[in-house]
Write a protein that binds this ligand. Structure first.
Ligand code: GLP
Length: 242
């Protein structure tokens, strides 16, 4: 696990955007999973600006999913598909045929996950996964539990996460109870797994990650320690308890 600590949110976003641009330059048909949440918003703004200036070309980049809520159609304003499209995909020169997100409203989600995993395997695996970290240590929607699932799967969203994410919905009742998410082996096998974190809200999770001397399913972020290709960019606030 590789850790870079930068001054603030802007520096974290600039650094992350630079990594994405470098990776795309090295491999124009990069297979990449882009995250949602508030953390990557500024990174997307920078990438949109750089794309408009012609400094990065997304036309051959292959986009896949980190996670999404089960049961929210892609046109729902809180679905992750909608969030990414509004903020990022529709503002850059992505080829819509290259954007293949997991269908979070498929009638048989288990089959959809199997199908998605097969597709990625045939494609040779994910080159780059970017994600944030939950305040409770979740990664994607891999929630604290007694076991962690290896591949894309459906997960019950913890009450903690539902409450944290309720800020995006009209009420807590509207926050979906299930989500589909990348699994832990998917994360660890990616060419690069880039984790972004800003703000003091995440500081306790990083403290635990660095101070616990074990890896445990009840704190999914601890799995980051297993990855050789894991790169974390934290701002000083997130790193304040390390
Ligand atoms: C969400 C997503 C994660 C994301 C995390 C952090 O629930 N499932 O993929 O990394 O929470 O969100 P934020 O960036 O808003 O702190």
């Amino acid at each position: 696990m590789n850790v870079t600590i930068v001054k603030d949110y802007e520096s974290m976003s600039q650094e992350a955007a630079k990594i994405v641009m470098d990776q795309v330059k090295k491999k124009p048909d990069l297979i990449v999973c882009f995250p949602t949440g508030s953390t990557p918003i500024r990174m997307y703004e920078i990438l949109v600006e750089e794309n408009a200036k012609g400094n990065v070309d997304f036309s051959n980049v292959q986009v896949r999913s980190v996670d999404d809520y089960v049961g929210l159609p892609p046109e729902h304003n809180q679905s992750y598909a909608y969030f990414l499209d509004q903020l990022f995909f529709s503002k850059c020169n992505f080829n819509p045929n290259n954007i293949r997100l997991i269908h979070s409203c498929a009638p048989d989600m288990k089959e959809e996950c199997r199908h998605y995993a097969r597709m990625l395997e045939e494609e040779g695996g994910i080159d780059l996964i970017i994600d944030g970290i939950g305040e409770n240590g979740h990664i994607g929607f891999n929630e604290p539990a007694d076991k962690l699932m290896d591949r894309y799967h459906v997960e019950k969203v913890s009450e903690w996460t539902r409450k944290v994410n309720a800020r995006f919905f009209e009420s807590l009742d509207e926050v979906p109870k299930f989500a589909v998410t990348v699994g832990v082996l998917d994360l660890l096998e990616a060419g690069m797994f880039l984790i972004l974190s800003n703000g003091t809200k995440k500081a306790e999770a990083w403290r635990r990650l660095f101070h616990d001397e074990y890896i445990s399913a009840d704190f999914p972020a601890s799995l980051l320690k297993l990855g050789r290709n894991v790169h974390c960019i934290l701002d000083e606030a997130s790193a304040s308890l390390i």
